[in-house]
Design a protein around this ligand. Structure first.
Ligand code: SF4
Length: 344
């Protein structure tokens, strides 16, 4: 019998896919703190695609494409009828705080960095900055008096997993062979791995009998085609699929190689044993988990963070160029068995 829910909790999330993934522990904390409530998450289309796989969330609403500018009235229309009891957002803007007020919530929680604090009932401190991104959001749960520490967790429902399996079969999946996912793009230009190295990895994986699932956005397709040409018979190029479909397909991989990108962090939240190639960003910004290994280079210029977002300030980009396919293969070998994590 369906349980009647008396409370409604709204969480409003913006930013990139990574920002939504890093808010998963907050959603887990809210789920634990309001076990009987309906937890409604509002984000843009790509964020909503992630949140549809978040077990903590009951209802997902979208404000439209990530690039669209959305008014508070648009967001309220996306939420539909009904008011909320509690509304939470890590978005630091007066517009976000106004949305929380207009949602009808008597309890409104956000960061108090600016004038938006006047519209909030519970304010979390912005400073000092937490190094681990996802732990910054914990402060919102703490401001509500909730316990923190929930893991980032995504899970694919069985019907969506079956559909993903069928799509991969249609793309050439041979299920007797291991499947390794490779994220080919995304994020800042300096976070990307040189194509020549990605091709080298694909060749070696194909030589070892594996198939390689290429994932990424539509903008990554030209790069994916270059990589796929290294071993066309072993590659399933699924770049350009929706975020929801990509996550469902990624969940079928035995292991993944990713970058410091939202999609790769979502793969880790799915429990996929993952090797993350970290260049300019600080590896300490992600929560350590047993099924992820970080590959970095010992360079004195690391991390250069936002200073090296578009171009390498040193001009050599060695943080990613020095990361070889052999190093990545060695890290893949050191990952825990996928069956322990994904049940496959
Ligand atoms: S300065 Fe160093 S860390 Fe930054 S992009 Fe260049 S090689 Fe990478």
């Amino acid at each position: 019998m369906k349980r009647e829910r008396s409370e409604r909790v709204l969480v409003f999330l913006k930013g990139g896919i990574g920002d939504v993934v890093f808010a998963l522990p907050l959603l887990g904390d809210l789920r634990a703190g309001f076990p009987e409530a309906e937890l409604v998450a509002l984000s843009h289309d790509q964020g909503a695609d992630v949140l549809r796989h978040a077990p903590a969330v009951d209802t997902v609403r979208s404000t439209g494409p990530m690039s669209a500018r959305t008014s508070v009235n648009d967001a309220l229309r996306a939420l539909g009828p009904g008011t909320f009891d509690v509304a939470v957002t890590p978005v630091r803007s007066a517009r976000a705080a106004w949305l929380l007020l207009r949602s009808g919530a008597g309890i409104r929680v956000g960061f108090g960095g600016g004038p938006e604090r006047l519209l909030l009932t519970h304010v979390a401190p912005v400073r000092p900055f937490e190094v681990v991104f996802s732990r910054r959001f914990d402060r919102l749960a703490t401001a509500l008096g909730l316990r923190t520490g929930a893991p980032a967790r995504l899970a694919i429902a069985l019907p969506e997993e079956d559909e993903a399996r069928q799509r991969l079969r249609a793309a050439g999946r041979a299920e007797a062979r291991p499947l390794v996912a490779l994220h080919v793009g995304g994020g800042w230009p300096t976070k990307r791995w040189p194509v020549v190295h990605a091709r080298g990895l694909v060749e070696r994986l194909a030589g070892a009998g594996a198939q390689v699932l290429l994932v990424g956005g539509a903008e990554d397709r030209p790069q994916a085609q270059e990589i796929a040409a290294a071993a066309p018979a072993a590659v399933l190029d699924r770049t350009g699929a929706s975020v929801a479909d990509t996550l469902a397909e990624l969940s079928l991989a035995s292991a993944a190689v990713g970058l410091d990108s939202g999609l790769s962090h979502a793969g880790v939240a799915l429990g996929i044993p993952t090797v993350l190639l970290f260049g300019p960003n600080d590896p300490a910004s992600v929560e350590p988990v047993a099924h992820a290994r970080l590959v970095t280079q010992p360079l004195p210029c690391r991390p250069c963070n936002r200073a090296g977002k578009v171009r390498c300030p040193e001009g050599h980009h060695r943080c990613m160029r020095d990361t070889t396919p052999e190093q990545v293969l060695a890290a893949l070998d050191g990952l825990p068995a996928p069956t322990a994590l994904t049940g496959r």
